[in-house]
Design a protein around this ligand. Structure first.
Ligand SMILES: [Zn+2]
Length: 354
């Protein structure tokens, strides 16, 4: 006997069909859940689970993730199959006890195949130069930007391109989590519970003779130093760092204790990216059933720093390095062409968007 989909299942399916990256159940004082989805990077309430249904809805998801439903005062993590929600792949679940009860967050997998670099929406000058960076035999490439700015999609796109053109190069990625599976690329998911953090997996994968190594994120000094060392010893290393604009990456890595005399020769380029929502053409931004708040689709704006002689001197002197491409210029062009609004640009490129 098949069970009809419940309210929460329908809400998750709708969020998935709109390309949401996250869905959360926020407990409220009356015992209900507010269901929040992040679509095109923006949080929006998409429904509620009323108090009589809320405990069962939570228990059902926890059971699907094989988490004990009776534990309510602990942080819990698990995964559920997306198939019942029409979502290909696994949804990662995280539970946090709050004063109003358990908050449940679901991370949805990226949908569809990775776009080729030309279809990412970057300006051609950036696409060409970043492709050149990925063709280098060694060095460090850093992609930066806030959560949800498309860093992983950009990395996956250029890697897939490289894997297709250079099947002789062995590519290994270390990710948290593996958001999409890439053909011909060895992907490893970190597992801190089993002592497999970024640094541990990086050290282990060097024994497998990689040419290109992608470290999902550098968050600590040990991983930062290991990336730089690998980039100086015949590997191309690409990673992401939580920093604001392209010029802030070097100070951020130095803060983490990376030796500047090693960093400077290793660093090849920095891409700093944001995603701006685009005004929906059909309704002119007024808002309609085909868009969210007048926006539909997103396009990246990005800084590109190529670390050559002049840029290296500027960075060593603590000055702002010259950029090959500047996201402020691309953002202004989008506003001028009425593809997006000034307010949207403030939201994604604003000063507090580090
Ligand atoms: Zn519209």
């Amino acid at each position: 006997m098949s069970v009809p989909p419940d309210r929460l299942q329908r809400l998750i399916a709708v969020a998935g069909s709109k390309g949401a990256s996250d869905v959360a159940l926020e407990p409220r004082d009356d015992g209900s859940f507010l269901v929040i989805a992040r679509i095109d990077g923006v949080r929006a309430a998409i429904g509620t689970i009323p108090p009589p249904e809320a405990p069962a809805a939570l228990a059902k998801l926890k059971t699907l993730a094989e988490l004990p439903a009776y534990i309510s005062a602990e942080v819990q993590e698990g995964r559920i199959d997306g198939t019942p929600y029409g979502i290909p792949g696994e949804l990662r679940m995280a539970i946090l006890p709050t004063v109003r009860g358990q908050r449940l967050a679901l991370r949805l997998p990226s949908v569809g195949a990775v776009p080729p670099p030309e279809n990412l929406g970057l300006i051609p000058a950036i696409t060409t130069r970043v492709r050149q960076l990925f063709r280098r035999p060694q060095g460090l490439i850093v992609v930066t930007g806030p959560t949800g700015s498309g860093k992983t999609t950009t990395l996956h796109s250029f890697l897939t391109d490289l894997a297709r053109e250079r099947p002789d190069r062995q590519i290994i990625t270390i990710e948290d989590p593996v958001e999409r599976r890439l053909p011909d690329i060895t992907q490893i998911e970190i597992d801190p519970k089993h002592n497999l953090g970024f640094a541990e997996v990086l050290s282990a994968c060097l024994r497998h003779d990689p040419d290109v190594i992608v470290v999902g994120e550098v968050r600590d000094p040990v991983t930062a130093a290991a990336c730089v060392r690998a980039a100086l010893t015949g590997h191309l290393v690409a990673t992401t760092v939580h920093a604001g604009r392209a010029g802030e990456v070097v100070p951020r890595l130095l803060e983490m204790g990376v030796d500047p005399t090693q960093l400077m020769p290793a660093l090849a380029g920095v891409l700093s990216q944001r995603l701006s929502r685009l005004i929906h053409n059909a309704c002119g931004g007024a808002g309609c059933s085909g868009c969210t708040d007048g926006f539909r689709g997103r396009r990246p704006v990005a800084d590109l720093l190529m670390v050559d002689g002049p840029a290296r001197s500027a960075l060593l002197a603590g000055h702002a390095p010259p950029l090959v491409a500047d996201m402020d210029i691309q953002a202004a062009a989008l506003v001028n062409a009425r593809l997006t609004s000034e307010r949207e640009i403030d939201r994604v490129v604003g000063a507090d968007n580090g």
